[in-house]
Design a protein around this ligand. Sequence first.
Ligand SMILES: [Zn+2]
Length: 283
Amino acid sequence: MDRKTIARQSMMAALRMRQTASLPLEEAICVYDLAESLGIEVRFVDIPSLEGMYCPELGPTILLSALRPSGRRVFTCAHELGHHDSQDGSRVDQFAASTSGSKKEPKEFAADCFAGALLMPNMAVHRAFNIRGWNAKECTPEQVFIVANYFGVGYSTLIYHMHSALRILAEPHARDLLRLRPNQAQARALGWHSKDTVWIVDNHWSGRPIDVEVGDLILVRCKSRFQGECLLPSDDVTRGTLLRAHQPGTGRLFSDHDWSAFVRVSRKSFVGRSLFRHLQEGG
Ligand SMILES: [Zn+2]
């Protein structure tokens, strides 16, 4: 089967999985919640050589390395769901085994296409830009960074997907965007440099909770208040209000204009079953 057919079939399979789980096609999702809702156990493990693993025996399970950045864990989980959907059998994805799309073996290429379409369907990507009044074709690094935050994926992952799979970005523009490292794009979006992970949130955020780790910052770009104990006010900055995730738990952000979103804070590099990542130590 040629790559184009594999890509198209994987995309259709991913959209079917969203529909089976009653998830709309125009919003971001939490991939760990999706897996658990399909009866697949997701566990974070601290094995440095591992990227992810799918084991169908003894009840389907996905293992993910807790040592990777959060965007990468999300994408790998979606990739392992692709192996599950294709009934590929046990698969081990090693860290640093990443080769470019054209060299990957067909099952790995298919799982990557599946992951992209599952996390970032065409409709959802267009909507994320349009609803903010941005032109996806001519997007700036700041805009890509904010939309990647919303989908929970890495900055360059969104660019590759918008270029190769969705054909929204022309190659020269994608190349220009990729010249910036993710922390440089973050600095542009924030207006200042931060060594911490900063999640930029606005009142268009919908479809999935705002999932962060202890130590992360959340920049809320609209007037809002927070209910819960997992976040603490950090600073008022020119582009919004800054909150710091200081302990595991859940809470809720409200704006004055009928918008709200759940916030879930997990332990840093949490090891254990994904369902328990927001519980406090011993909870
Ligand atoms: Zn794989």
